[in-house]
Design a protein around this ligand. Structure first.
Ligand code: CMC
Length: 491
């Protein structure tokens, strides 16, 4: 549950009593959407291809020769970019008339590429993460979040003109329809902010029916801008609702992150002055979370979007997937786990419990990273900066001990389980006095840029169709229905 208290104090510096809402200084502009939209845009997609990505199945690098022992027939399947087409397996079949051919069976997509993508590159063994070719470490150190959001979508860094226009567009679309505010007021005081975010993002689609024209580039542009601009506003409104506080409207004189913190924490001061260390920390965390190729939520966005639904509906599926404790919800669970452990002396017993199957070490392990998560390294350094301001989080000692023991324990070493991005982010967020339930919302604000970029790439990919996996049926053969109970249809 949210505790109505310090967040409002610590996030800002120099908060002073002052004028109430609406008393902005001269020259400050308001976030009303302009009547005529001036879409920035045009997708460039001029990316340096990574090795293998240009190989096509029409001119394959080689073949995979398969012999079917049932029929003694041999098949040659083209190999391109280290892949075979699963649909080529359909050719492999017996003479039985109802044989539809071989399918590949891959629960949880452990070894299935669902798309070609030029957005994010991960080498899990080497701990490499790049957005459009740029190493995450360099972007985290030098780039702004909106620059990264542009990069993810367009494939190239923006020119100064493009960037300025983009920032302007995002800034001027931060307001939401007043009915969204009343919609949020319909939630209970203890509603989880991820539930509120998910349904509000889905509800936005009803405000922008024109967004359904997904093959109109201008509509995609404005949807991208609206979603990036309005997600922090909705998130902040839900925070204020749960706290029982009046909402704070966007302040267009502030940067993306400053404005978000202002909507979260501003009270009576005329202009909210966020602590610059917190602003940069949050901006870096947004950059680290912006995209992560075909993870659970991105896959959800692509799958739902493949039905050609509007982008608001598609990304609301991403928010739902991110809510789960094995995905974005892990940052919340790490904090709960640390609370449960309670004291550093209890860490060895807790680790033994995990090894015995009592649960998972939250914030550890990753489907792709098998050496280390490069984001976790950056987050750990960021934590130091934040703790210099806030004082060391009380959970840090427990976290460090968990990490120390796990990194030398055979169970974790042999399974290649390392701290992931979520292990330390929760401690940073807590130090900044965000409530635990709100951590995954911060992840979602950042990931919106990646979801939308991936959604558009899927939409424009000529090879993509509606996502529709096959199954291996394990149920009954046909059997006749004989009523066994009485219903309203019984005589
Ligand atoms: N603690 C203890 N054991 C674990 C953990 C963990 N955190 N993660 C995996 N294992 C064990 C698992 O029990 C299995 O052991 P065994 O082979 O004896 O059955 C083995 O390691 C392989 O696990 P898996 O479930 O097959 O691995 P996966 O690739 O399907 O799962 C994961 C990846 C991230 C879901 C998993 O590591 C996990 O549940 N971690 C904890 C939750 C977490 O921190 N999630 C955040 C991921 S990073 C941010 C994001 O993507 O949202």
């Amino acid at each position: 549950m949210f505790e109505p208290r310090e967040a409002l104090v610590i996030l800002g510096v120099g908060a002073s009593a002052g004028l109430a809402l609406g008393s902005r200084s001269a020259g400050t502009t308001y976030g009303i959407e302009p009547v005529r939209l001036r879409p920035t845009i045009t997708s460039l997609h001029l990316v340096m291809p990574t090795p293998g990505s240009t190989q096509s199945f029409d001119s394959p690098a080689g073949t995979l020769d398969i012999k079917d022992s049932r029929t003694a027939k041999t098949y040659s399947l083209p190999i391109a970019a280290d892949a075979i087409r699963a649909s080529d397996l359909k050719k492999i079949k017996t003479d039985a008339p109802d044989d539809l051919g071989i399918v590949s069976y891959d629960p949880a997509f452990l070894n299935t590429a669902s798309c070609r993508s030029a957005i994010t590159f991960i080498d899990g063994d080497k701990g490499i993460l790049r957005y459009r070719g740029y190493p995450i470490e360099q972007l985290a150190e030098k780039a702004s979040f909106l620059e990264v959001a542009w990069l993810l979508r367009h494939g190239e860094l923006p020119t100064q003109k493009e960037y300025d226009q983009f920032v302007h567009d995002i800034t001027y679309h931060t307001y939401v329809h007043e009915n969204m505010r009343t919609f949020l007021h319909g939630f209970r005081y203890d509603a989880h902010p991820m539930s509120m975010l998910q349904s509000s993002i889905a509800a936005l689609s009803s405000f922008y029916p024109e967004a359904r024209a997904i093959f109109d580039p201008a509509q995609r542009d404005i949807s991208f801008i609206r979603l990036l601009a309005k997600t922090p506003t909705i998130a902040a409104f839900s925070y204020r609702h749960v706290k029982g506080l009046p909402v704070v409207y966007p302040d267009n004189s502030l940067s993306y992150v400053e404005n978000f913190l202002s909507m979260i924490a501003r009270m009576t001061e005329p202009r909210y002055e966020a602590n610059p260390v917190f602003v940069r920390a949050l901006e870096v965390l947004f950059i680290l979370h912006a995209d992560h190729e075909q993870n659970c939520s991105t896959n959800a966005v692509r799958a739902v979007g493949s039905s050609h639904v509007d982008p608001f509906s598609a990304v609301s599926a991403g928010v739902a997937a991110l809510f789960g404790p094995l995905h974005g919800g892990a940052n919340e669970q790490v904090l709960r786990m640390i609370e449960e452990i309670g004291d550093v002396a209890n860490v060895p017993k807790f680790i033994e419990g995990v090894k015995g199957g009592s649960g998972r070490l939250m914030g550890f392990g990753h489907r792709v990273y098998k050496s280390y998560d490069p984001r976790a390294k950056i987050v750990k350094r960021l934590a130091d900066d934040v703790f210099k301001i806030t004082g060391v989080d009380r959970g840090l000692e427990i976290a460090l001990e968990l990490e120390r023991i796990a990194l030398q324990d055979e169970y974790f070493v042999s399974r290649k389980l390392y701290p992931n991005v979520d292990f330390y982010t929760g401690l940073i967020y807590r130090s900044m006095n965000f409530p635990t339930e709100f951590f995954t919302v911060l992840f979602a604000i950042a990931r919106m840029s990646g979801w939308l970029s991936q959604w558009e790439e899927m939409l424009l990919d000529k090879e993509q169709k509606i996502a529709r996996p096959r199954q291996i049926y394990t149920g009954y053969e046909e059997r006749p229905y004989t009523p066994t109970i009485k219903t309203h249809l019984s005589k």
